[in-house]
Design a protein around this ligand. Structure first.
Ligand SMILES: [Zn+2]
Length: 338
């Protein structure tokens, strides 16, 4: 009973935590752990740096015009480490200096956003190179495939996608990874990119946009491996192993319980027959070889055949006892039918 209650409490806590996580209330969530870990990774090669930048800007960037006429690229992130990363990448790849500001928004509870504001220089080639702007100077809502030729860059891009829009359940709960997209062609592109890396994600419609999701534990592990979240990967795998061990134990217990039930049922049938036999023919009416076993069966209805065999004098093997039980049954058939 206690075990059931503890499991219920644990389940409730997981639901609560996921809820908090989803609405950005708690900072202790697994999503945040993963996001923090990914945000700390700064790719070495500039091809990967640009790929990741491209994802961050595509999903979180906007262009705003200031009163003085200046144009700014404003990228809003929910994580301070991610904002620092974006700052570093813009500096490293293009020598751009940004300012990082915070903004508190009230949703269900206070939610802090980190705004990376980058003045756009007159030479704004980088916005085209990153695929943020199309040739027609429109904001692009697609994956910039020209940056994703190499696998290292595909990994980096997916890392940027998770930092911007990723959510992952704690492995103790149901396996669930999702990426929220604001645009259907972007969602389709990211789905294709995941597919290229061997991960099949499904798309579902939500009020606030489209959601790509993965429900298979194995595939979520693959995703964590691809984006190189090694700490989260290890934590996830540890829980998965524990869970599968627990399932195995449960299966074993269920199996043993089923066997026990079978033994008890058989024993009750035997007891019933023996009692009817004795009522009709008396204990002396039973063949001498079966008498001792018949009495033991009635006295020890919970014992297995092996245990009964050990109580006999001289002891008998399990199959020996089974044989005598069979004889007892056919004898009973004869007597009780007449
Ligand atoms: Zn690369």
């Amino acid at each position: 009973m206690n075990v059931v209650i503890a499991a219920d409490i644990q389940r409730r806590n997981i639901i609560l935590e996921n809820f908090r996580d989803y609405y950005g209330v708690s900072v202790m969530s697994f999503s945040n752990d993963v996001r923090n870990e990914l945000a700390r990774i700064i790719p070495e090669k500039s091809c990967c740096q640009k790929a990741e930048l491209s994802a961050l800007l595509a999903l979180r960037g906007e262009i705003t015009q200031r009163e003085d006429g200046g144009e700014y690229l404003v990228t809003s992130l929910e994580n301070a480490t991610a904002a620092t990363k974006l700052y570093k990448l813009l500096k490293e790849c293009y020598g751009l200096s940004s300012a990082v500001k915070t903004q508190d928004r009230k949703l269900f509870k206070k939610k802090r956003l980190y705004l990376v504001e980058t003045p756009i220089p007159s030479n704004n080639k980088f916005l085209y190179e990153l695929g943020f702007l199309t040739k027609d100077q429109e904001i692009n809502q697609q994956v910039n495939w020209s940056l994703l030729g190499k696998n290292c860059c595909k990994r980096a891009y997916l890392r940027g996608v998770f930092i911007s829009r990723g959510f992952i359940n704690r492995p103790e709960g149901n396996y669930h990874l999702e990426l929220i997209m604001n645009d259907s062609s972007m969602a389709g592109d990211v789905q294709k990119l995941l597919m290229k890396m061997g991960i099949e994600a499904r798309i579902s419609d939500r009020k606030k946009g489209l959601m790509l999701y993965v429900k298979e534990g194995e595939k979520i592990v693959d995703f964590l491996r691809i984006v190189e979240a090694s700490k989260a990967l290890m934590d996830f795998e540890n829980v998965r192993i524990l869970k599968s061990m627990r399932n195995q134990v449960n299966r074993q217990v269920n199996c043993e319980t089923a066997n026990l039930a079978k033994t008890v049922d058989a024993s009750l049938r035997q007891v019933e027959i023996i009692e009817r036999l004795i009522a009709k023919a008396g204990i002396k009416g039973l063949p001498a070889a079966l008498r001792e076993l018949a009495v033991l069966r009635i006295d020890f209805p919970d014992s297995t055949l092996r245990e009964l065999g050990n109580m006999l004098d001289p002891p008998l093997t399990k199959s020996g006892v089974a044989y005598r039980m069979k004889k007892l049954a056919s004898f009973a058939e004869e007597i009780l039918d007449n």
